[in-house]
Structures are given as C-alpha cells and as structure tokens.
Design a protein around this ligand. Structure first.
Ligand code: ATP
Length: 395
C-alpha cells in the first residue's frame, strides 16, 4: 500500500486534500493523472451499465435532497444531528438545513415515477447514477479505501417481485465479470462473500459483496443488494405518491423489487492501481510498471525524440503528438533521456511510447514500444495513428 500511496503522490494521481494546511482525514484530491484514471473507470462502468444495454438508463440527481427523503428511507435513525442554541429566542435548532447524501440511490428512488413515465420501459429496467456520497466515517483510512467524501456508481434494477432471486444472481455474476473483463483485475484476487443475516442493511433481504485481496486483507469492493420494495414503499407512504407500475407480463400493478449493484469509484481506482503495480529488474535496474488496461491508462501514447538537442526531431515529435491528440490521449515529452522517459511512462501505465530518431527523417517511420513486453515495432508515420488505434482497441 505504501508503494501505491507514494507513487500516487509522486506522479500526481492523488494528493491529501488541503495538504498545505496539514490535510484533512478522509478527504483526497485527484491530480492530473488521477482525474484521468478516475474518469476512465467511470466511463467503463457507464458504458457497461448504461450505453451497451437496452434496459438501463442514466440519471444525475441533486446531492442535497428534501430531508424527508432520509426520514422515509430509514437513514435518519443513523444520523447524528448537531444542535445550536439561539441566545435571543432561547430555542434549540438543528444546525443543518439539509443532509449530504450517504448513498446516491435515494435520488433514483424518488425519481422512479419521473423516469418510468418518460422512458416507457417495461419491467425489468434499471436506473444508473454516478455521484458523490458522504459518510462521517469514524475511522477513514487505507488511503482512498475509506473516505468521508467519495464517489459511488449505483444502479437500481426494478424487477417483478417474483423475479427477485434470478435477477439478484444475474447481477452478482455480471458485476464480477465487469471487474475481470473491463477493469482487468485478476480473478484469483476477487471473491464473492454473501452477507450473514445479522450484517444485512436495514433495507436488504440478501447482499453479496465482491471482495478484493487488498494489502490489509479481503475487503469489500462492491455490494450487490436485494433491497426488495423497501424504498419505493417507504417513499410512497411518506410522500403519498404512487410508486407502483403496470407490469404488462402479469397484467397487474406492482411495486417493483430492486436489485442494486453499488460500488465506490475511489475503491475502484485504488484497486486498479494495486492490481496493476509491478516492480521488475531489467538489466540490473528496477523498473516500476503499471499494467493498466489501455482503456484505463491516463495517457495512451507518449511521443519522444531519441535526441532532444535535434530541432528537426523535436519538431517531428511535437507534430506527431499533436496529430494523435485528436484521436487518443497523447502527450509529448523530451525533458529527460530516452531511458528515463520510458521508465516515467511505464510507471504511470502508458501502454505505448513512440520514438522518433534520426532515421525517421529519412524513412518517415517511428518506433512504437509496448509497455509490458518492451518489444518494439517500426511503423510508417503515414499509418502510425491507425496502428496505435488498433493496438489500443485490442488491449
Ligand atoms: P464498508 O463495509 O466498507 O463500510 P458499506 O457496506 O458501508 O462499505 P455500501 O453502503 O454497500 O458500503 O456502499 C457501496 C460501495 O460504496 C462500497 O462497496 C464501497 O465500494 C463504496 N464505499 C462505501 N463507503 C465508502 C467510503 N467511506 N469510502 C469509499 N468508498 C466507500
């Protein structure tokens, strides 16, 4: 873990929040590379959960909601309310006007009728959301594993009550597959752990966690919960609005049951970094390499000149990088020797480096170097963009 914390700080993935004032426990800022990695993780989830499916749509609800939402959802019993005394009127008030949400799910439940009526989906269908959540964790820690401000990706999948078990099983398998196939996490470092009845949340009938072998032990990455009709019924009762839907298959009005895969973006970023990290010995020197999936890597291609004191090469490299930028996350770097530049890119997980050398001026070609195998391939500049696109798509 210390290696990842130090890499994250050194290379600009994650910094302690308000660090110049000593930081603040449980709050973190994502630096230039971290924000790219985080965005790539979110894009992978959104693509798999919304864009590639016909039965899930997206939502972006406000963080601050009417406090009655939290009364109805059963969360308020777990909140503590700071009080303030007014010296003039001698009355006591709650210090807050509203709550920061501890989960994004309630924004989905209170919009169930809005979304269902606008998208006209038949059961089963889901609503997905990515957004910030806040928990006043007593012991934040393990870097970005447990934060007080963090981001969640949650999807509420509404099903006919009779199909609760089959959809629960489906989403457990589907989500496990996402971690291996989309994020590239080794299957041997993932496991499923069904909750014991006494650890279930107040709204859940069954929950299975997807756990990862973190340095501090097996811990939760994501939870798949069977929330039954708990939330929709509670909001219908508290708001007086109907939250049932007509189920064409059975010809009846039902309050759907909800299967919820819920995960934290920050934990996913930490997991991707931990799982990708490797130290190797190459020709007697230490090489740190992040084997990130190309789709997750903050930088896809780094262009560099073999000799940085040759203006023609600098010019050629800069031009190539700026051409590539329109198509992929490309960068140009000539601030060190070529060996150092390769190591720098390996350490941040850049899948491909492209080097222009003196021969490039004659043969109009450059060398592509692959991060993991360090193998090299000479490719004509006229087709190098297509070649890189093909390589990146294959990864
Ligand atoms: P834990 O048991 O680790 O406290 P939880 O069971 O309270 O987590 P859920 O309420 O199921 O977590 O939230 C869904 C997901 O949100 C978790 O699987 C985790 O990835 C993420 N998450 C929850 N709490 C935090 C936190 N404090 N910091 C970062 N991510 C979190």
């Amino acid at each position: 873990m210390e290696l990842i914390v130090s890499l994250a700080k050194r290379r600009g993935f994650v910094f302690p929040s308000s660090e110049i004032y000593g930081g603040m426990g449980g709050f973190w800022d994502y630096g230039p590379l971290g924000v790219e990695l985080k965005n790539n993780v979110k894009a992978a989830w959104w693509r798999a959960m919304v864009q590639l499916r016909d039965d899930v749509v997206g939502l972006d609800a406000a963080i601050v909601m009417n406090p009655r939402v939290w009364e109805a959802s059963g969360h308020i019993a777990g909140f503590s309310d700071p009080m303030v005394d007014c010296r003039n009127c001698k009355l006591r008030f709650r210090a807050d006007v509203a709550y920061l949400r501890p989960e994004t799910a309630q924004g989905i439940f209170v919009n169930f009728a809005n979304v269902a009526s606008t998208v006209r989906r038949k059961l089963p269908f889901g609503i997905a959301q990515i957004g910030k959540s806040f928990r006043n964790e007593i012991t934040p820690g393990n870097f970005i594993f447990r934060d007080r401000e963090f981001e969640q990706m949650e999807m509420e999948f509404f099903v006919h009550p009779s199909q609760e078990d089959e959809w629960f099983a489906y989403w457990v398998e589907e989500r496990l597959r996402w971690w291996t196939d989309a994020i590239g996490i080794g299957a041997d470092r993932l496991r499923l752990r069904p909750h014991d009845p006494d650890e279930l949340s107040h709204y859940s009938r069954q929950t299975t966690d997807i756990e990862y072998a973190f340095p501090m032990g097996w811990s939760e990455l994501e939870g798949v919960a069977d929330r039954t009709d708990f939330d929709l019924k509670a909001h219908a009762a508290a708001s007086g609005k109907s939250l049932s839907t007509f189920d064409e298959a059975s010809g009846e009005h039902v309050v759907p049951f909800v299967i919820e895969p819920a995960m934290g973006v920050d934990r996913a970023v930490l997991t991707a970094l931990l799982d990708a990290y490797e130290e190797q010995q190459v020709e007697g020197e230490k090489r740190v390499v992040l084997h990130l999936r190309p789709s997750l890597a903050p930088v896809k291609v780094a262009v560099m000149p073999l000799l940085r004191n040759r203006p023609e090469l600098v010019e050629m490299g800069r031009r190539l990088a700026s051409d590539l930028k329109a198509h992929m996350a490309a960068t140009y770097d000539d601030t060190a020797s070529i060996g150092k530049l390769y190591r720098r890119q390996d350490e941040i997980g850049t899948p491909y480096c492209v080097t222009v050398d003196v021969e490039s001026l004659d043969d109009g070609a450059a060398t592509i170097r692959e991060r993991d195998s360090m193998t090299q391939e000479r490719v004509a500049l006229t087709v190098i963009r297509e070649r890189l696109s093909t390589l990146l798509a294959a990864g």
